[in-house]
Ligand binder design. Structure first.
Ligand SMILES: [Zn+2]
Length: 319
C-alpha cells in the first residue's frame, strides 16, 4: 500500500529496480511458520503439525544439492530464528538418507548456552523464541562441547559472541551476525537465512510490527552488502527474498487485521518474491501468480540438480 512504502526503502529502491520481482506468490499450504518454511525448503506443501519437533517429510533443497552435486556438509547451512526449526536441514525421507542435509545454526540456542554460566537477565529480547506458540518451546540443550565447536568454526570466542550480542537489538540481528561469520569462515554455496522479528505482530502492537518491517528491510540491504563485500560471493551470488506467507486482511471478519495469519484468506496466502544477483534480469515485474513451492525447482535449475519430489514448477523468468 502507498502509505507503507516508506518502511521498506531498501526493497523498493534497491531490490526492485535491480532485480526480478514476482508480485503474486501464493502459498496453498498450512500457515504456520515452521511447516510453511519446511514447505519452502522441500517444494512440497508439508502437512505435519507446525508445533512438533519433526523433520520435513520430503527431501530438502539441501539434500538435493549435496547429494547430486557431491557437496560437503560445510557447503549448505541454515540460520534460523527459532528452536523449533532445529530439524529443518534434513528430511526424514528414506531415499535421501541421513547425513546429506544442511547444518542448522540456531543463534538463540548458542546465545543461551553462552550465557548459561552467567546471568542471562537483560537478554530476553534476544532469546524470545517465537511469538505465536501458546506452549513453551522445548528446551533443546547445547552441550559446552557443541558450543565451543560452533564458536571455533565461526572463529568467535564464546565471550566475544555474548559480548557482541549485547549490542544487538533483536534476534534477527543476531542471525545476520552469525550468517556473516559463516560466510567469512566457511563461505557456503547455499545459505538459507530466516528472519522472524516481523512476527512480533502477534502481540497486536502495530508500532512494533512496523519497527520489525523496517528492520527486516534494513537487514535485507545489509545481507546484500555482505554479499558484495565478500570475495567468495561478490558478483556471483543470487539472493532470493520471500515471506513464508502473508497476514490476515484488515477487513476479514474472521481475523484481527495484521495481527495473525489464521483466516486462510487471500491476503494471508499471497506474498511476493524478489530475486537479485548474478545473471538476474533487472527491473522486471512478473505479475502472473506463482507458488511458494516453485522456489526449490528454480534453485534446482540454477544450481543444476533435480528436485524430483517437489510439486512446484521452475520459474523461467529468473533463469
Ligand atoms: Zn506468526
Amino acid at each position: 500500500m502507498p502509505d507503507g512504502q516508506e518502511n521498506i526503502p531498501h526493497l523498493l529502491k534497491e531490490f526492485i529496480p535491480q532485480g526480478t520481482f514476482f508480485t503474486q506468490v501464493v502459498n496453498r499450504g498450512i500457515l504456520g511458520h515452521y511447516v510453511a518454511t519446511a514447505s519452502l525448503v522441500t517444494g512440497v506443501y508439508e502437512t505435519f503439525n507446525n508445533f512438533a519437533t519433526v523433520a520435513p517429510d520430503n527431501p530438502t533443497v539441501f539434500e538435493y544439492f549435496r547429494k547430486e552435486l557431491h557437496r560437503p556438509a560445510s557447503d549448505a547451512w541454515v540460520v534460523a530464528p527459532s528452536n523449533g526449526f532445529s530439524l529443518i536441514g534434513e528430511s526424514s525421507h528414506s531415499s535421501h538418507g541421513a547425513g546429506l542435509g544442511a547444518g542448522v545454526i540456531l543463534p538463540k540456542r548458542l546465545l543461551a548456552a553462552a550465557l548459561a554460566a552467567n546471568d542471562s537477565s537483560g537478554y530476553d529480547h534476544l532469546l524470545r523464541d517465537n511469538y505465536e506458540s501458546p506452549v513453551y518451546a522445548p528446551a533443546l540443550g547445547v552441550s559446552d562441547e557443541q558450543l565451543h565447536q560452533m564458536a571455533q568454526m565461526l572463529k568467535l570466542s564464546v565471550a566475544d559472541f555474548a559480548a557482541h550480542a549485547r549490542s544487538l537489538r533483536s534476534p534477527d540481528e543476531l542471525s545476520v551476525y552469525v550468517a556473516r561469520q559463516l560466510m567469512r569462515q566457511l563461505a557456503p554455496s547455499l545459505l538459507w537465512i530466516t528472519l522472524h522479528d516481523i512476527d512480533v505482530a502477534h502481540s497486536g502492537t502495530y508500532s512494533l510490527y512496523v519497527d520489525a518491517i523496517q528492520r527486516s528491510d534494513r537487514l535485507c540491504g545489509e545481507i546484500w552488502q555482505m554479499i558484495q563485500s565478500e570475495p567468495e560471493y561478490a558478483g556471483k551470488t543470487t539472493m532470493f527474498i520471500l515471506p513464508d506467507f502473508g497476514r490476515d486482511s484488515d477487513t476479514a471478519a474472521g481475523g484481527n487485521g495484521f495481527q495473525h495469519h489464521r483466516t486462510g484468506d487471500a491476503f494471508s496466502r499471497t506474498t511476493w518474491m524478489m530475486v537479485r544477483g548474478a545473471g538476474v534480469r533487472e527491473n522486471v515485474l512478473v505479475d502472473r501468480p506463482v507458488e511458494s513451492t516453485d522456489l526449490v525447482p528454480t534453485l534446482g535449475s540454477l544450481f543444476g540438480f533435480s528436485p524430483d519430489s517437489s510439486h512446484g514448477k521452475v520459474l523461467p523468468e529468473v533463469l
